[in-house]
Design a protein around this ligand. Structure first.
Ligand SMILES: [Zn+2]
Length: 75
């Protein structure tokens, strides 16, 4: 009987822990960064470096990571 009780306690703890972990994961997924923000990346025409589009230097042929790289491709 004592063995059965101990087994039940372990089972309940394991079940509670799993429920807690799943709720934590769900929380994490909900607070994850917006995928539309992550896709807002452009690559430099010169070196291929990925940069956020709001930090990119825009040229006639595309986006660049710096004005130096824009000057190299678009003199
Ligand atoms: Zn570059």
């Amino acid at each position: 009987m004592r063995f059965l009780l101990g087994f039940l306690v372990v089972l309940v703890i394991a079940w509670r822990w799993r429920a807690w972990r799943e709720s934590k994961q769900l929380e994490k997924r909900n607070t994850a960064p917006d995928p539309t923000l992550a896709s807002d990346m452009v690559s430099c025409k010169q070196c291929g470096l990925h940069i956020p589009s709001n930090e990119a230097v825009l040229g006639r042929l595309g986006s660049y990571c710096s004005t130096d790289h824009r000057r190299q491709l678009e003199p």
